[in-house]
Design a protein around this ligand. Structure first.
Ligand code: AMP
Ligand code: ZN
Length: 469
């Protein structure tokens, strides 16, 4: 397959380091609040890549971290080593401990996998459970002469790293680094690009989360956890690293510097895959703007998280996608229509012998779907193939088979959606009522739509398992 690699800034042929195995790492969330639908866009991109690679026959080992310590608020202003620890701040605001905060939001995040049909990583690694690995990695960097100590912590020395022949910051898109947005640099830092590996606990203050280390009591810097945990589970060099585009200019270059600086092996990761951001109503999403919607907000407004998944599929992962409630409603209508079709194929048709012309069509659809995936994960193109299948004249049983096969990648739960009585035959009359009901719902005429639902139940003994339908 072809995939865009931020390292070469080109679309490349994907060739694993040791086929058929593929090591894939995704930067997980900072578990200080409910992850947003922006975060979930990036995790869905990772999920689609994972499913595609498995669909194409690769054996993927998928690892994700949970940032449950040490991610300071300053990175909004361009310096991840300043400001407050996000978890400790949330703990203070919610009157809990940082440990409680991490546990609560980690659980919420992990529960979302089922809701959004995201395949669980083979390993989910919490930063707080890998403190020793992070300390060991910093010790290696220290031995290699790549660290120095200042008042507030141990820092990575980018100049020395470059003097040793490494290149720093290959992934950055320079136009995206806004110098003006940066906070006042720490005057003790030898180079503005240097970053904290270990931060000391404040002298007169006890943190909820702090550990002993060879350099003193404190906590790890944000970037070191990803180097330590990805290398622990995937080896010193592995295939794919995924994250949102905001991680491209600092967090990921720092991961590369730490890993290659410690092992001397290049490249640390062969393919860097970055997902573009989700915007809301055409602008930035932010907690303070009141539009940092979570999956709970989506459900509260009457949507199934899979409607959101369908919405994500409608955009290419390297293009910004703009969320509006109208766009989500349109996604829901489309998904409902698709589910209704798939269900009717299942309920009404027996397998038939195909003519060679129809057989050829089935193969053509399969090839087109695969080609869309192999074309830098082009999900809008893949969805177009889905609708071509629906509109085609191949037998319903084969439509059913094809669409369920595609759903291994799409993850829209098409096979799970059933009519309560499987022997139930959808008559033309029932189908017409279902279509009418869908039309009314998309026009917002919910009372009339509900009346049809009741009629279906009373007069036709028809009931969808998903009560929202
Ligand atoms: P964080 O919890 O901030 O560390 O973010 C977790 C993941 O979500 C990272 O891969 C981010 O790049 C990604 N992310 C954050 N905001 C957005 C957004 N608006 N759209 C897409 N991805 C995002
Ligand atoms: Zn990371």
């Amino acid at each position: 397959m072809k995939i865009y690699n931020s390292l070469s800034k080109k679309v490349e042929n994907f060739e694993p380091i040791s086929p058929p195995e593929v090591g894939m790492y995704a930067c997980g969330p900072t578990v200080y609040y409910y992850p947003t639908i922006g975060n979930y866009r990036t995790y869905t991109t990772a999920d689609l890549l994972l499913r595609t690679l498995r669909y194409l026959g690769h054996e993927v080992n998928y690892v994700m971290n949970l940032t449950d310590v040490g991610h300071l608020t300053g990175d909004n202003l361009g310096d991840a080593d300043t400001g407050e620890d996000r978890l400790e701040k949330a703990a203070r605001e919610e009157g809990k401990t940082a440990w409680d905060i991490a546990k609560f939001y980690s659980e919420d995040f992990l529960q979302s996998f089922e809701k959004l049909n995201l395949i669980k990583p083979d390993t989910v690694a919490a930063a707080t459970e890998h403190i020793q690995e992070q300390i060991d990695l910093i010790k290696k960097l220290e031995t290699n002469g790549l660290t120095y100590k200042i008042d507030d912590g141990i820092y990575f020395n980018v100049k020395v790293y470059e003097e040793k022949g490494h290149e720093y910051g290959q992934l950055s898109t320079l136009d995206k680094i806004k110098e003006g947005a940066r906070v006042e640099p720490n005057p003790q830092k030898r180079d503005p690009r240097d970053f904290a590996l270990w931060k000391f606990s404040p002298k007169n203050d006890k943190r909820h989360m702090e550990w002993d280390s060879p350099w003193g009591k404190g906590f790890p810097g944000w970037h070191i956890e990803c180097s330590a945990m990805s290398m622990k589970y995937l080896g010193e060099q592995f295939d794919i690293h995924v994250g949102g585009e905001d991680l491209r200019s600092t967090h990921h270059p720092n991961e590369i510097a730490q890993s290659e600086g410690a092992t001397g092996k290049e490249p640390f990761v062969k393919y860097w895959v970055h997902g573009a951001f989700l915007t809301v109503d055409g602008g930035r999403m932010g907690k303070s703007l009141g539009n940092a919607y979570s999956l709970h907000d989506i459900k509260e407004k009457g949507y199934d998280p899979l409607d959101l998944r369908y919405f994500y599929l409608s955009g290419h992962y390297r293009k910004q996608l703009n969320f509006t409630w109208d766009a989500l409603a349109a996604a829901k209508t489309a998904l409902t229509k698709l589910r209704t079709q798939v269900t009717s194929y299942k309920a009404t048709h027996e397998r038939t012998v195909l003519s060679s012309e129809k057989n050829e069509k089935v193969r053509k659809f399969q090839d087109e779907f695969k080609a869309a995936l192999e074309n830098d994960l082009n999900m809008p193109q893949a969805l177009a193939v889905v609708w071509e299948v629906v509109k085609s004249n191949i037998p319903d049983y084969d439509k059913y088979d094809l669409l369920l096969g595609f759903d291994e990648v799409l993850g829209l739960g098409l096979g799970e959606f059933q009519i309560s009585n499987l022997k139930f035959k959808i008559t033309k009359e029932v189908q017409a009522l279902l279509n009418k009901r869908e039309e009314l719902r998309s026009e917002g005429k919910f009372a009339q739509a509900d009346a049809i639902r009741d009629k279906l139940k009373k007069e036709h003994n028809y009931e969808a398992r998903d009560k929202s339908l």
